[in-house]
Design a protein around this ligand. Sequence first.
Ligand SMILES: Cc1cc2nc3c(=O)[nH]c(=O)nc-3n(C[C@H](O)[C@H](O)[C@H](O)COP(=O)(O)O)c2cc1C
Length: 197
Amino acid sequence: MYYETATNDHGLPHDPLKALVAPRPIGWISSLDANGQPNLAPYSFFNLLSTHPAIVGFSSATLKDSQRNIEETGDFVCNFASVNLIDEVNTTSKHVAADVDEFELSGLHQAPSKLIKAPRVKEARAHLECEYLQTLTLPHDEGGMVWSLVLGRVLAVHIDDRYIKEGLVDTLAMEPLTRMGYMDYGVLGGVETRNRP
Ligand SMILES: Cc1cc2nc3c(=O)[nH]c(=O)nc-3n(C[C@H](O)[C@H](O)[C@H](O)COP(=O)(O)O)c2cc1C
């Protein structure tokens, strides 16, 4: 099949695009609002964009609590979403009022960060403590949805020691939860290794 995005005339019951750029890593973003109220939500338009300096970014479709908090308070944590926490990840995506604490809603616990104010998800297997850098408003059609790319610099990294084997992070053992299209989450099925040519 073939379609053009200007008309989006794919003829399918749901937009196929997110099922094609998949699986996507999930940035499980925790932040605080200006009054110190915690917030937690998954973002799969997310990635590590560079390493030195280490910069991460996630895109918010309309201005949501995470973006607002981060712009107001200046920091956030990317918590590692793993398969065992799928229901907690999913619960924290619920559209709730800004004063609802998604840690409580999903039965998760907070752990303090070392360098920033935003709390970490205690149950997560790794965490990136990030300092807010800037927001890029992505190009959009007039009257259409506005997406913003929120960028942060990774200041500190926490890794559960159980997943470091012979000096290497065993990503497969960490069971990263990924996002695909529709209502689907992805689970990694294996590793293939090649030396660079
Ligand atoms: C796995 C998953 C990934 C998501 N990724 C995004 C995303 O990249 N951008 C976005 O705007 N919403 C995304 N959502 C929806 C948000 O999590 C949802 O709107 C949430 O309520 C936002 O919370 P907040 O207002 O506390 O930031 C995703 C939902 C799920 C379940």
